[in-house]
Design a protein around this ligand. Structure first.
Ligand SMILES: NC(=O)c1ccc[n+]([C@@H]2O[C@H](COP(=O)([O-])OP(=O)(O)OC[C@H]3O[C@@H](n4cnc5c(N)ncnc54)[C@H](OP(=O)(O)O)[C@@H]3O)[C@@H](O)[C@H]2O)c1
Length: 263
């Protein structure tokens, strides 16, 4: 790793929990100043206080709802203020969610709203942030965009059709962006995790702890920090080197549906 991140600016969407929060920890430990976006400002403020005290970096928590264009505009203005002199060195497009496990031909009207939420958040939300923040990175001819895709974007499973479609889109968008940015010096990567124990399953099952726990029963999932370590690694690589995609599995998982469970 020869790319010094210290004193540079990282922007992380979905930084109030899970992979985003763990990435904030890792990049703060590298000495990066951070802009953290998510809907739950209180949680961002707690994280910001902790990281400032632990690492002596500047951390700006900012409300961000990636489903809302005006919220993305306001977030982009905050980023522009913080990064006015330096630009954004690392942009982590992580905000995302799954809602439910409805089968496509059996979906109810409620399920259809969940499908809209997934597309709005995981696909349109990512695009809204890219459109607002990447042009300045291009103008400065440096920086790394790391989007968080999923194993679900590589493989499809029953009940996951819409989530898989959104995460497949994240991979395609990342690839298209890399093609379009060739020659600009801005790097684009996509990180695809398998099972990671975060709030993800609680969100998917609307707070049903038993259902969320069953996702990780009898196996050892990845942690948010495992994924954050790969994002940190990608961000730290020499500027002439770009990682297109990384897929991370727990040792107990070999495909979307094939998981070794001891129970
Ligand atoms: N956990 C897994 O097994 C797994 C596997 C593969 C990929 N992923 C992907 O990893 C990413 C992070 O998920 P996670 O596992 O860390 O789950 P998590 O703990 O639930 O965190 C999700 C983050 O996204 C934010 N978010 C959700 N909707 C948002 C919106 N409309 N606007 C802004 N922020 C929003 C949440 O913040 P607020 O609620 O405060 O807005 C939270 O900070 C997601 O893109 C997910 O699809 C997860």
């Amino acid at each position: 790793m020869d790319h010094d991140l210290k004193g540079r600016v990282a922007v992380i969407t979905g930084a109030s929990a899970g992979i985003g929060e763990a990435t904030a920890e890792r990049l703060a430990a590298q000495g990066m100043d951070l802009v953290l976006g998510a809907r739950r400002l209180e949680r961002l403020e707690e994280i910001a206080t902790r990281l400032r005290e632990a690492h002596g970096v500047a951390v700006t928590p900012a409300v961000l709802d990636v489903c809302d264009a005006a919220s993305c505009d306001a977030f982009a203005r905050t980023v522009a203020d913080v990064a006015a002199d330096r630009g954004v060195e690392v942009l982590v497009g992580n905000a995302g969610l799954a809602r439910g496990v409805a089968r496509l031909a059996e979906g109810t009207a409620d399920d259809e709203r969940d499908w809209e939420t997934m597309f709005e958040t995981n696909v349109m939300g990512l695009l809204r942030v890219i459109r607002r923040l990447v042009p300045d990175m291009v103008a400065r001819r440096r920086g790394t965009v790391v989007n968080v895709g999923s194993l679900a974007g590589i493989e499809t499973y029953e009940g996951g059709g819409v989530y898989c479609a959104t995460k497949s889109s994240v991979r395609v968008i990342s690839r298209a962006l890399r093609l379009e940015l060739l020659g600009t010096g801005v790097k684009v990567s996509c990180v695809n995790p398998g099972l990671v124990e975060t709030e993800f399953s609680m969100v998917r099952f609307e707070g049903d702890q038993a259902k969320a726990d069953s996702v990780y029963a009898g196996m050892t999932p990845l942690t948010g920090d495992d994924i954050a370590a790969s994002i940190e690694w990608i961000a730290s690589l020499p500027r002439p080197m770009n990682i297109e995609e990384v897929t991370l599995y727990p040792t107990d998982q070999v495909s979307a549906q094939k998981v070794h469970r001891s129970t």
